[in-house]
Design a protein around this ligand. Structure first.
Ligand SMILES: N[C@@H](CCC(=O)N[C@@H](CS)C(=O)NCC(=O)O)C(=O)O
Length: 159
């Protein structure tokens, strides 16, 4: 993996021509344009900025959730820093609250921002069930329940 990504992170996509793409937002946009008619990334304009903002919000939630997990599972216990962990947890809470404030407007739309939010919520169910993110967030709960019935979501839900 280090060969394809000097940051040594997944996901990294190795292309047939030997080049590589990272990180996940770049890989998603590449895959979306392969069809010739991108469906997840709107053309430049307000819809695109809104979708990319949502994607960045969900990516930021994921970064904060994963960094906390590294701190709590990989770092030697004596070196762990509770204040830093609390700071990352606050970012997750802030991102969830922002999603809750917007979720009623998500409707049935499904752009890259909705994909990223849904993936982040699926990850929280998988690794952070003790967080109970649904508590106090009825709009986000209802949206995620509905979006989770899409075949693509059913096929890829982390288990
Ligand atoms: N923003 C990046 C984050 C990628 C990321 O954090 N990947 C983790 C997966 S758990 C990783 O490879 N971590 C290894 C490391 O940080 O050394 C993306 O969405 O692709």
């Amino acid at each position: 993996m280090a060969r394809g990504n000097p940051l040594v992170k997944i996901p990294t996509l190795l292309l047939d021509d030997g080049t590589s793409l990272f990180d996940s937002p770049v890989i998603c946009e590449y895959l979306d344009q392969l069809s010739g008619a991108p469906r997840l990334f709107p053309a430049p304009g307000p819809a695109r900025w809104s979708a990319l903002r949502r994607q960045a919000l969900a990516d930021g939630l994921m970064d904060a959730a994963i960094l906390q997990r590294y701190e709590q599972t990989l770092r030697p216990e004596a070196l762990r820093w509770p204040d830093w962990i609390a700071g990352q947890a606050a970012k997750v809470t802030g991102a969830l609250d922002a999603m809750e404030a917007e979720a009623a407007g998500y409707g049935a739309a499904f752009d890259i921002g909705h994909v990223a939010c849904a993936c982040a919520l699926g990850y929280l169910d998988f690794r952070y069930d003790q967080l109970h993110w649904r508590n106090g967030r009825p709009a986000l709960d209802a949206w995620f329940a509905a979006i989770s019935r899409r075949p693509s979501m059913v096929a890829t839900m982390p288990r």
